[in-house]
Design a protein around this ligand. Structure first.
Ligand SMILES: C[S@@+](CC[C@H](N)C(=O)[O-])C[C@H]1O[C@@H](n2cnc3c(N)ncnc32)[C@H](O)[C@@H]1O
Length: 240
C-alpha cells in the first residue's frame, strides 16, 4: 500500500502535483477511454444550457470544464477549482488552445472555496469527493455555492455496499483491477504509490446510500446515487 494518506489535504496535493504530467494518458489507458463516457453521463444529468455559470470542483486537468464550456456559450462561463497547482497548469494549457471558451481556473480548497453563496447554475465534481478529508463538508460547500433548484453531478468510483446483491463480486473485481492492472501500469510511469492510494481512498469512501444521506444532510432537496459500469462507478445526481 502506498504511503499517501487518504484524506490528508497536503499529501493529496503532493500526489496530484506529481502525477499531473501523465494523469490524462493513464486515465485513458486504465479506463480504456471509458472515463469520458462516465463523464458524459455526469454532463447529461447537469443539462448545461447557454448563459449558465457552472462550476467544476476538483477539476484536475480540466476534462469536465472543457466539455461544459462550449455548452454554456454564448454568455456563460465555467470556473474550475483544484487544490493542486500542477494539474491546473495542464488545464490552463488546454483551454489556451481554445481561446473562445470562457473558462477560469483557480487554485482553492473544495471544502472552503471562499466564493459567494448561490453563485452557480450547476456544478460537477469528478473523482474528487473520495479525496476530500470530509466528504460531507464537501457536499455542504457544493450545496452552498448552488442556486436553489440547480443541479450537481458527483462522479466517482463506487464503493460496493455490503448489503447489496453482487457486492462481493463487484468488490473482488475492483481489487483485481486496482492491484493487478492499475498499480502495475502506474509503476511503469513511476507513479506506483500514487495509484496504490486509490484502493485506500476507496476503503474510507461512503457507499452510494451513505452519500445520498450526506447530500440530504448537506441541504440538497434531491439526491440519487446511480451505478455506472456494472457497479464499478457511481454517479450522485443532486438538486439543490
Ligand atoms: C482524481 S483527480 C480528478 C480530476 C478531474 N476532476 C477528472 O475527473 O479528471 C482529483 C483532483 O481533486 C483534487 N483535490 C483533492 N482534494 C481537493 C480539495 N480539498 N480541494 C480542491 N481540489 C482537491 C486533486 O488535486 C485532483 O486534481
Amino acid at each position: 500500500m502506498g504511503s499517501f494518506k487518504p484524506g490528508d489535504p497536503a499529501a493529496v496535493e503532493v500526489l496530484f502535483d506529481q502525477i499531473a504530467p501523465s494523469y490524462d494518458l493513464l486515465n485513458d489507458l486504465l479506463s480504456l477511454g471509458l472515463h469520458r463516457v462516465w463523464k458524459r453521463q455526469a454532463v447529461a444529468w447537469l443539462q448545461p444550457r447557454p448563459g449558465q455559470k457552472l462550476l467544476d470542483l476538483c477539476c484536475g486537468t480540466g476534462d469536465l470544464a472543457l466539455v461544459l464550456a462550449p455548452k454554456v456559450r454564448p454568455g456563460g462561463a465555467v470556473l474550475g477549482i483544484d487544490a493542486a497547482g500542477a494539474p491546473l497548469q495542464v488545464a490552463a494549457g488546454r483551454s489556451a488552445r481554445q481561446s473562445w471558451l470562457n473558462i477560469q481556473w483557480q487554485q482553492g480548497d473544495a471544502l472552503a472555496t471562499g466564493l459567494p453563496a448561490a453563485s452557480f447554475d450547476g456544478a460537477v465534481m469528478a473523482y474528487g469527493l473520495r479525496n476530500l478529508a470530509d466528504p460531507g463538508q464537501g457536499l455542504g460547500e457544493l450545496r452552498r455555492l448552488l442556486k436553489p433548484g440547480a443541479r450537481a453531478a458527483v462522479l466517482d468510483f463506487n464503493r460496493p455496499d455490503p448489503g447489496r446483491q453482487g457486492a462481493e463480486l463487484t468488490a473482488s473485481f475492483q481489487r483485481f483491477y486496482l492491484r493487478r492492472l492499475v498499480v502495475p501500469a502506474a509503476e511503469r510511469f513511476g507513479a506506483r504509490e500514487n495509484y496504490a492510494y486509490l484502493e485506500a481512498s476507496l476503503e474510507r469512501f461512503p457507499t452510494g446510500a451513505a452519500q445520498q444521506h450526506l447530500a440530504e444532510a448537506a441541504g440538497f432537496s434531491r439526491s440519487q446515487h446511480r451505478l455506472l459500469a456494472g457497479g464499478q462507478m457511481g454517479l450522485l445526481e443532486l438538486v439543490a
